[in-house]
Design a binder for this molecule. Sequence first.
Ligand code: PMP
Length: 369
Amino acid sequence: MHPWISDRADSFDSSGIRRVFDLAANLKDPINLSIGQPDFDVPDEVKQAAIEAIESGKNAYSPTQGIGPLRERLQAQVGKQYPTHDNRDVFVSSGTSGGLMLSMLAMINPGDEVIYLDPFFVMYPALVQMCGGVPVPVDSYPDFRLDPSKIEAAVTPRTKMILLNSPANPTGVTASAADLKQVAELAAEKQIALVSDEIYSNFHYDEEFVSPAVYNDQTIVIDGFSKSHAMTGWRVGYVHGPTEVMAAMLKLQQYSFVCAPQPAQWGAIRAMEVSLDGYLQDYRRKRDLVVQGLSDCYELVVPGGAFYVFPKAPVESGAAFVEEAISRGLLIIPGNIFSKRDSHFRISFAAPDETLHRGIELLRELARK
Ligand code: PMP
């Protein structure tokens, strides 16, 4: 290790993901089902709004909490969603990731425990550790359900935060309203911070999306435009929750991210007016296509949201299976990147139909082997 590298930086291992990309780099025309972002482009009117912002000189820092017009619209939307929450403030963050980072920095002291489901979004354990916190993954195999009794069993006197993500990356599983309610009430009763990563809230296929904030008015909600409007590179997210917590997070944003990119924030205002119904229908259809194509030869849980399916590999090791798939030109992600277990793999169905058909065909062939 280089002598300048901190223990913090040294403690992370990103070799699993790097290995996938190294293997993929040699592929000519891969069937790519590995991408964690929509396969449509940013809607034209959103691009136009950002271009106009740049051309009219809206290129400077924005206020730390975001440009007024975007923040006002978000505050109005949140006010409509949670009319009984009287101290719920909103600010614009540098993507959902920025919001997640600030939530940890603002609330986690060294030794504090953070509960989340395994499989998990890769950033969660890393962010907890960056703040000296202790990651407490709760195994959710084989159905990936948010089981309130498992969450309750993981609570200790050191539990500071429960971090929820429904619909989830990498499983696509959505939590039921009843389970969310129980966990939200548990957090309230034990005075544990409840953070809800709702980045996939717009991709919800079978039922209405429900936030745990409905059942716990102290919930910190983190959302953003990356996935809903294919704006992953624009870095616009937003956070809402209790005034005091938002103030602490904003103070930290002032000394770190500073603000979300101003032109992208003007684009986000326009994005709030774009209907996502067409995309939603298209993604529901893609979900059904993949589930129908694979469920007779793979063990899988039908995803209620996001754009991922997380099937069990037909051999013992998910990583070994993914290597085999990649050697045949199919790019998928091994489950052990998102989990302590190495038994599953992630498919993203945010891809053109033609790619999905080719992927399904190859996966069926691999399952028969
Ligand atoms: N949370 C989850 C669950 C995600 O899957 C992602 C993106 N892969 C993020 C947060 C980060 O999104 P953003 O681009 O807004 O930082």
